[in-house]
Design a protein around this ligand. Sequence first.
Ligand SMILES: *Cc1c(COP(=O)(O)O)cnc(C)c1O
Length: 380
Amino acid sequence: MPIAQPKITPFFPPRRTLMGPGPSDVYPSVLAAGAKPTLGHLDPLFVGMMDEVKTLLQYAFQTKNEMTLAVSAPGSAGMEACFVNLLEPGEKVIVCRNGVFGERMRSNVERIGGIPVLVDDEWGKPVDVQKVADAIKANPDAKFLAFVHAETSTGARSDAKTLCTLAKQAGLLTIVDAVTSLGGIELRVDEWGIDAVYSGSQKCLSCVPGLSPLSFSPAAVDKLKARKTPVQSWFLDQTLVMAYWGTGNAAGGKRSYHHTAPVNALYALHESLRLLANEGLDNAWQRHAAMHELLRDGLEKMGIAFVVDAAHRLPQLNAIHIPDGVDDAAIRARLLNDYSLEIGAGLGALAGKAWRIGLMGYGARRENIALLLKALSDVL
Ligand SMILES: *Cc1c(COP(=O)(O)O)cnc(C)c1O
């Protein structure tokens, strides 16, 4: 008896307009880059491209950090890589929690056996600088301050520069989630004194999902090298990964196998970062701000209100109140089915109460805003 063969036809995804919290619309040339011939991951030509990815990531993060690379997994793995490499059991971390991702930071700290000291703020509010200053004062034994720069679950932007300044004054290392901020709003890793930062390929970089840009300052690398206990995660252990990316003097410029790099996804990242460098980082920040204003004006004309105060809004993630009496799921389904347009639902405290409209990377352009405003006014 032959083994029964499943009969499956090829998958043809429709063309959608992605205006949720990510993934965002991927640049056409980024999709095309991912379809180029696969090279061996130790092929000298591929290694040369990886060096360019590193240079481009240093530009995007505004850092000179030698240890700058992309983790071969989504943003959540970048988060985990920061905590699992830098934190040892028993160490104290001040964790700011004003949405979903701050809560995930707390969970990372606890799983490692660290001690989280929580600074809680309401969903939709930025991290309160005064509360952080108080927590630092009350916990002189804390080693790290961890917070989310751009809280994608609520659309709130926190003052990363001031928070990092407070941490530096107290001698703390900083761990910053820049998954949604990288490429969308001002982010200056070296100038602000960020020690460990991670992002994601699929938000304002408009690349395919599955990669997490990461950068460690020299102080973070020293902390990693001074560990008394081995990093619990083999895959995310950056002392091992460094030898593959050729970062750090341990590598001596030579590459050795750690895991098979996601070669084609890295072609895509190379192209998306190249586009960002071509546009210019400050121009990209400016474009996100301008597109946010256009969207805001249109939504306000429809009587729709924002969740976050104007002063702390993220241009790339617009959380809006669902109008009274409107069926959340039914409207999102109509946008998807009739307009091939995706927006995001509310999460956690905002579930059923808010929609999240992303204007990220390639998605932050006039035609997307025109489509969204037209579609929303049709279905409401
Ligand atoms: C999306 C996101 C993450 C997680 O990234 P994944 O690529 O989904 O794993 C973490 N933090 C923030 C702020 C995010 O927006």
